[in-house]
Design a binder for this molecule. Structure first.
Ligand code: BES
Ligand code: MN
Ligand code: ZN
Length: 506
């Protein structure tokens, strides 16, 4: 784990491999830069002009220097500018910082130091900015190296980050950093589980991970239902999807209970298909390539529950993860089959590749039946259509409950896990009608809009509980060009869920 420390020493007095200076677009060459010039590189101003460095977002200038007889690098990174008179966007800071961490790796720096930028410039608190710093340092440094046998390939690992600030802010900064590291850890744990090969992250493996977490945190209560119990309880969706697989499906439930009296209770439900081949409605090879990521929702929920057990929000949180493989075999669910869910509703299976909604239907029904919920949110790599429409930069959000939507929207904006609402309008509802059963598991080609019709399907399993559905099909994996991610899993939803739970406020 990267050590992140707070310091009130002047930046150039700190011992480090890399001094980082973050500058707004069209910055003034002020006292600090003049000092850097004096100590490290007299022609600094000319160098900025030579490299046409004006502080544009993520533009960088790298200067090797000798400070106090020690070789180091001074790094200047642009924070970009704000529109009109608005404060700078925190996302600019995240991306500039992600860039710094990647640069540290390429310059083989083991330690870096920076000053926390003025929180005022972003119109946020010092604590919040320190929290974002820790989250992004951890996220940007993530690598999936489990199967690398060449030790050299990992390169230099960042070991320590020193964050400078006013002595009066030290407490707030430390609080923010501790919370941020907990969140960063949860995000990276999620990413690691998703990046693992599908045969090494089966329903069993995932249940084991949940069990390990529950053992380590006494504030968490764990329940794991086996395939036998799942079928016995009448969960025909989860049990049905698992039929084609030789492995047992699981329903994992982690409960966090706050000490606060009369606190609201919120449930998070994550889709956990550890490999989605499509089943008998088998996917073409190139669509199947990344389908180990189809448990991203479940991974996010389980890792989030661990973070919450440490951060202890003032609300009760239930995390549920229906986990299964979706494979073809002689026993597999067939197009034309009808399944009955935990709440008694039935669905005709027209396409076995629309399996996510089937496992979620049972988990949602279970949650609303067994807990008195104030809200329920599910996260799922549910539809290719969502990945097409919003691409990799926004998670699709669908809901009929504007109050809950407002909370989720706020948590999304604050955390950087961005969402965009799509219309869950009545007109689309006709798409999932079939003469065979209560519901059809695929929308009709007449209406298309697969993301919306999938959400309508799920709406049948939440009763009257305020509900938000997040489709993370586009955002969970391989998000390009964002400096603090890399190829592979992103941990989408973890930052959002933690922010939502921590700031619920009754
Ligand atoms: N897991 C997929 C959705 C998906 C696609 C996630 C691409 C990430 C990237 C889901 O189970 C699926 O196969 N959905 C089908 C539904 C269709 C058969 C109604 C889809 O979107 O094509
Ligand atoms: Mn599928
Ligand atoms: Zn799927």
């Amino acid at each position: 784990m990267i050590k992140i420390k707070v310091s009130d020493e002047k930046i150039l007095a700190r011992k480090t491999d890399m001094f980082v200076f973050m500058l707004e677009e069209n910055f003034a060459f002020g006292a600090l830069l003049q000092e850097v010039a004096k100590v490290a590189f007299p022609q600094l101003k000319q160098l900025f002009e030579y490299e046409k460095f004006t502080g544009k977002l993520m533009s960088t200038v790298v200067v090797p220097c000798v400070i106090g007889k020690k070789i180091a690098h001074c790094i200047f990174v642009g924070l970009g500018k704000s529109n009109d008179k608005k404060p700078l966007n925190v996302e600019n800071y995240r991306r500039a910082l992600g860039c710094v961490v990647k640069l540290a790796a390429s310059l083989k720096a083991e330690t870096i130091t920076l000053d926390l930028p003025s929180a005022q410039m972003f119109d946020v608190s010092v604590e919040f900015l320190a929290k974002q710093t820790a989250i992004i340092v951890d996220m940007a440094a993530y690598q999936f190296t489990t199967f690398w046998t060449d030790k050299e390939r990992k390169g230099t690992q960042l070991a320590e980050v020193v964050v400078g600030g006013d002595a009066k802010d030290a407490k707030a900064m430390t609080r923010g950093i501790i919370e941020g590291q907990c969140i960063g850890n949860a995000v990276n744990k999620t990413r690691h589980w998703i990046d693992m090969p599908p045969s090494s992250m089966t329903p069993d493996h995932m249940a084991d991970r949940a069990q390990k977490i529950a053992k380590e945190h006494k504030d968490l209560k764990l329940t794991v239902f086996s395939e036998k119990e799942i079928n016995k309880m009448g969960m025909g969706g989860l049990g049905g999807v698992s039929r084609g697989s030789d492995l047992d499906c699981k329903l994992v439930i982690l409960e966090y209970k706050t000490k606060t009296k009369n606190a609201p209770t919120v449930a998070f439900v994550g889709k956990g298909i550890t490999f989605d081949s499509g089943g008998l409605s088998i996917k073409p090879a190139d669509s199947m390539e990344n389908m180990k990521d189809d448990m991203s929702g479940a991974a996010a929920v389980i890792a989030t529950m661990e973070a919450l057990a440490i951060l202890k929000p003032d609300i009760n949180v239930i995390g549920l993860a229906p986990i299964s493989e979706n494979l073809p075999s002689g026993k597999a669910l067939k197009p034309g089959d009808v399944v009955t869910f935990y709440n008694g509703k039935t669905a005709e299976i027209k396409n076995t590749d629309a399996e996510g909604r089937l496992v979620l239907a049972d988990a949602l029904s279970y949650a609303v039946k067994h807990y008195k919920l104030d809200a329920i949110m599910d996260l799922a790599t549910l539809t290719g259509a969502c990945a097409y429409f919003l691409g990799p930069y926004f998670t699709g959000m669908l809901s009929r409950h504007d109050d809950f939507v407002a909370r989720v929207q706020q948590a999304a904006d604050l955390s950087g896990d961005r969402v965009w609402r799509l219309p869950l309008h009545e007109d689309y509802k006709a798409a999932i009608v079939t003469p065979m059963a209560d519901l059809s598991n695929t929308g009709s080609s007449r209406i298309k809009s697969g993301t919306i019709t999938a959400a309508w399907f799920l709406s049948n399993f939440v009763d009257d509980v305020p509900w938000v559905h997040l489709d993370i099909a586009g955002t969970a994996y391989d998000v390009p060009d964002i400096s603090y991610y890399r190829t592979g899993a992103t941990g989408a939803g973890v930052r959002l869920m933690i922010e939502l739970a921590m700031n619920w406020k009754k």
